[in-house]
Design a binder for this molecule. Structure first.
Ligand code: HEM
Length: 224
């Protein structure tokens, strides 16, 4: 049964401009975070390599996003990771966290500078203690797209992220990316774990600031 309305163009009216008040299960993620006890397991020719890392994540609210009748609220995020040993970036990732209040649909988009993107999905409601999203290679929707070299050498078959919210306001994650590494018989579980503590508050999304009287609107969008 098709869950979508026949009218694919008409957008919702009276949309609340204040994204921070409408993030549902994503609300505990808004802000700036640091985690200094990250552990990564990655594939090397000699076998799995275990590395410690430090992480900074910025998650800022975006304006409400209608796809015709579908209304999404969300956060734009940037993950930046380094290690004590190396000057260079260890991992970098950008994307959006999105929530559809009407259905509880949760989405995470991710892009990493390896020539790889994914769209993962889950379900959630305000107050949930955990959040799980998953993407699988091969689907028309909610898939993983990789550059040819990765498809050939490190085929990425699935990505799953489980977030747990803690009573003190911090949160932790377990990220499992399953890789088919060329020349290695068994699938490789590329696991990353960390716990994030808040180091900064989120800012308001542009539409919320405009609704509170900030003008001119282009200046609020940084285009004034
Ligand atoms: C905290 C998160 C993550 C960290 C710290 C991390 C770190 C790493 C590291 C250190 C390697 C080994 C290659 C190298 O030294 O550059 C690696 C390989 C890889 N990672 Fe991640 N990764 C993370 C998350 C992800 C995610 C979410 C994906 C995709 C959905 C991904 C896809 C890959 C792939 C395909 C490889 C194999 C490429 C290669 O070894 O050259 N990683 N990652």
């Amino acid at each position: 049964m098709n869950p979508f309305p026949d009218d694919i163009f008409t957008e919702p009216e009276d949309v609340d401009p204040d994204t921070l008040a409408n993030l549902g299960p994503l609300a505990p993620l808004a802000g700036v975070w640091e985690g200094r006890k990250g552990i990564d397991l990655n594939p090397k020719a000699e076998g799995p390599e275990r590395r410690a890392y430090l992480e900074r994540i910025e998650m800022q609210p975006i304006d409400p996003q209608p796809n015709g009748p579908q209304l999404l609220y969300g956060l734009r995020y940037h993950v930046h990771i380094a290690t004590p040993e190396e000057d260079t970036t260890f991992h970098d990732q950008v994307g959006y966290w999105l929530w559809e209040p009407k259905t509880g649909l949760v989405m995470q988009t991710l892009a990493i500078p390896r020539g790889q993107v994914a769209l993962a999905k889950g379900q959630g409601q305000a107050g949930d203690a955990t959040l799980v999203v998953r993407a699988e290679r091969g689907g028309p929707g909610y898939g993983i797209c990789s550059t040819d070299f990765l498809e050939w050498a490190f085929r990425t078959d699935s990505y799953e992220l489980e977030i747990t919210f803690h009573a003190d306001g911090s949160w932790s994650y377990v990220s499992d990316t399953m890789l088919a590494v060329r020349g290695q018989a068994a699938p490789f579980r590329h696991r990353d774990v960390n716990r994030l503590t808040k180091v900064g508050e989120p800012t308001l999304n542009p539409l919320a600031r405009i609704a509170r009287g900030e003008t001119p609107h282009l200046k609020v969008h940084g285009l004034g």
